[in-house]
Design a binder for this molecule. Structure first.
Ligand SMILES: *[C@@H]1O[C@H](CO)[C@@H](O)[C@H](O)[C@H]1NC(C)=O
Ligand SMILES: *[C@@H]1O[C@H](CO)[C@@H](O)[C@H](O)[C@H]1NC(C)=O
Ligand SMILES: *[C@@H]1O[C@H](CO)[C@@H](O)[C@H](O)[C@H]1NC(C)=O
Ligand SMILES: *[C@@H]1O[C@H](CO)[C@@H](O)[C@H](O)[C@H]1NC(C)=O
Ligand SMILES: *[C@@H]1O[C@H](CO)[C@@H](O)[C@H](O)[C@H]1NC(C)=O
Ligand SMILES: *[C@@H]1O[C@H](CO)[C@@H](O)[C@H](O)[C@H]1NC(C)=O
Ligand SMILES: *[C@@H]1O[C@H](CO)[C@@H](O)[C@H](O)[C@H]1NC(C)=O
Length: 570
């Protein structure tokens, strides 16, 4: 099963040409990740005219070469890492009527790459180009299972490599989620339309192969980090050796809202996906919604408590992935057409504790719902770099980078929630102060009086709203949020060299996004970009092709002439 000579050749090549970036958890905490579904991000030739219907569950033609060609788009947004789909060969065609394996999670061969995404050279070129652009590459890794065409009594182990026999897998049983039994979850198989045969990662042959394989892949190709799929369905004891062999930081997917399950995995050399706090985000910005009419931002406070106490009391929030969207969740924008709520929620997740991960398409205002609707082809947007979602994300990403550069402790500290009720939250961390509400665009000016960490008479700037204000008596501010847009405050003096375009609140949307009849149609319509941001107001005035923007001094004077109501509390 182990091909010694190819291993030796690989090691020889690594010694000669190898690139080991080996980035640790500590280095990753200052990165900002852009998550890519490789098949849906960009075509080889960068073309934008090919339709892709997510509902068809088939390959749409995105490739590694396509990503490489569009790295400038990711770089322009300011991201410092990409997370790409799993790269190994997958089930070919659609033999089980479950759709094609365009997502990459139905792996059949650890020794071969998925040819739909390109050649090994293409992958190497992408990684090298990303490194040149200062962007790290996080590889999505599947070690829980291998995919077999079912049903069970017809499976053919010779179709998978190198684990080509039942001895490498746990005995067949299908996970029974109702049981909520960890042994059952970790050792049974999944039926995802195809059978996901559960690797016996306790066996020494499986373990030693996977450890060697990941080490070799990281050394040979130069991945900077791993995202490990389905970790919650794996024996935690597998990870310390696996992650140490990889020699890079690894985020484990623990898709679970139970903080005990989530935080436990952090004891095994893993960072985790922070679904617990994600749930807090989910309900905080949707307080008006029928699903959680009374909790609002208090759920954020509750969820934060869960991840900082009990079994999580030692958990490192800065080593967790923080996000609103990913390929498994309905896009947050699918829950509402209120653009203020969407833009607020996305910016909040980008500023919160943890390593932020932005799911491709957020910057184009995509709003696909439940999988597969949430896997639209990005090219259907024409890679527009001027829409308000793009601008907001670019601004907030760059602001976060600016803060992290100025203050190396920013990612080691956690936010203090200083004021919260159902409809608003005020939180501070070191020099950053956030004031958010969930009233949406219909909010025509709600006044908040909140204590801050700033000094009386200190001048602070609102990065979200292009405003400057003076802090009142005892460090309190009295501020008005308009149309549901937040304030993201930072000391004015510390922004002198922050040269990103900022969001112009005087032209924020006061209209809902226009919904089309189905979730899909807009994504392959060539009129996409004009549809989504149509309305009586343009949302944000800026052109990302022009890097020069007014200084904060200019903006300060501009502010004087705006009609924004700020009451300075003295
Ligand atoms: C969980 O499942 C395992 C394996 O099926 C079984 O042996 C064990 O008794 C179950 N535990 C509980 C608490 O039901
Ligand atoms: C996990 O691995 C440990 C060590 O190999 C073993 O003792 C334990 O039974 C395994 N748990 C499951 C659920 O397979
Ligand atoms: C998130 O909020 C939406 C909208 O209120 C709701 O439909 C969904 O069930 C929530 N998700 C979770 C995981 O609770
Ligand atoms: C810690 O986790 C264990 C296992 O899930 C659980 O039994 C225990 O109650 C948890 N402790 C706290 C304080 O939540
Ligand atoms: C907000 O709108 C309501 C109803 O449209 C109106 O009664 C109220 O005066 C408005 N408040 C402000 C501050 O504009
Ligand atoms: C600041 O605001 C807090 C909360 O609103 C209030 O309790 C406190 O008295 C205020 N401090 C001053 C100096 O006004
Ligand atoms: C914001 O937009 C308004 C309306 O278009 C415009 O008058 C103003 O100059 C803009 N402010 C900045 C700082 O660009």
């Amino acid at each position: 099963m182990f091909n010694l000579s190819s291993l030796l050749i690989s090691f020889f090549l690594v010694t000669l040409f190898g690139y080991t970036s080996a980035h640790s958890a500590d280095e990753w905490r200052t990165r900002i990740i852009y998550q890519i579904v490789t098949d849906r991000f960009a075509k080889d030739d960068g073309s934008t005219d090919q339709p892709c219907n997510p509902a068809s569950n088939s390959y749409c033609g995105g490739t590694w070469k396509g990503i490489e060609k569009k790295l400038n788009y990711i770089e322009d947004l300011g991201f410092t890492a990409i997370w790409i789909s799993p790269v190994d060969e997958n089930i070919e065609g659609d033999p089980d009527n479950a759709g094609e394996a365009y997502h990459g999670y139905w792996n059949t061969n650890y020794e071969k790459l998925n040819k739909h995404f390109g050649t090994e050279d293409d992958l190497v070129n992408l990684i090298n180009a990303a490194h040149k652009a200062g962007i790290w590459v996080m590889l999505d890794t599947v070690v829980n299972s291998m995919a077999l065409v079912g049903p069970y009594d017809q499976i053919d182990y010779s179709k998978v490599s190198p684990f080509n026999g039942p001895q490498y897998f746990h005995p067949y049983c299908i996970i029974d989620w109702n049981k909520n039994n960890r042994t059952n979850i970790q050792d049974c198989w999944q039926n995802s339309g195809v059978l996901l045969a559960d690797l016996n990662v306790e066996s020494s042959s499986v373990k030693s192969y996977l450890n060697k394989h990941i080490k070799q892949a990281v050394n040979h190709l130069g991945y900077d980090g791993l995202r490990i799929d389905a970790v919650k369905m794996m024996n935690e004891t597998f990870f310390p050796e696996f992650v140490d062999s990889a020699g890079v930081f690894a985020i484990g997917e623990v898709f679970d809202y139970d903080p005990n399950v989530m935080c436990d995995y952090m004891n095994y050399h893993l960072g985790v996906t922070n679904y617990v706090v994600r749930l807090g985000f989910n309900f905080s910005f949707m307080a008006h919604d029928q699903f959680a009419p009374t909790a609002g931002f208090k759920t954020l406070q509750d969820q934060m408590k869960l991840v900082t106490t009990g079994n999580c009391s030692k958990a490192d929030l800065g080593g967790m992935l923080i996000f609103l969207d990913n390929h498994d969740l309905p896009r947050y924008a699918s829950y509402t057409d209120d653009q203020a709520i969407i833009l607020s929620a996305y910016s909040f997740a980008l500023l919160w504790d943890g390593i932020p991960s932005v799911y491709y398409g957020q910057e184009q205002g995509f709003y696909g719902g439940t999988d597969p609707a949430n896997r639209e082809a990005l090219w259907s947007s024409g890679y527009d770099q001027t829409n308000p979602y793009y601008t907001m994300i670019k601004t907030i990403v760059n602001f976060r980078k600016h803060v992290m550069e100025q203050d190396t402790k920013f990612t080691h500290d956690t936010y203090d929630i200083v004021d919260v009720d159902v409809n608003h939250v005020a939180a501070k961390k070191r020099d950053v102060f956030l004031l958010y509400n969930n009233l949406g665009i219909k909010d025509n000016g709600t006044v908040y009086k909140v204590p801050t960490q700033y000094n009386e008479n200190e001048v602070v700037s609102d990065v979200f709203g292009h405003r400057t204000l003076t802090v009142g008596h005892g460090g309190n501010i009295t501020a008005t949020l308009t149309h549901g847009y937040p304030m993201v405050l930072y000391p004015h003096t510390k922004l002198s060299d922050f040269t990103m375009p900022t969001i112009n609140q005087t032209v924020m949307p006061s209209t809902a996004r226009e919904k089309t009849t189905t979730v899909y149609t807009s994504f392959y319509s060539p009129t996409y970009s004009t549809r989504s941001f149509a309305g009586s107001h343009s949302l944000i005035t800026m052109s990302s092709s022009h890097r020069a923007i007014p200084s904060f001094e200019t903006l300060f004077f501009a502010f004087v002439f705006t009609t924004l109501a700020f009451i300075f509390f003295c």
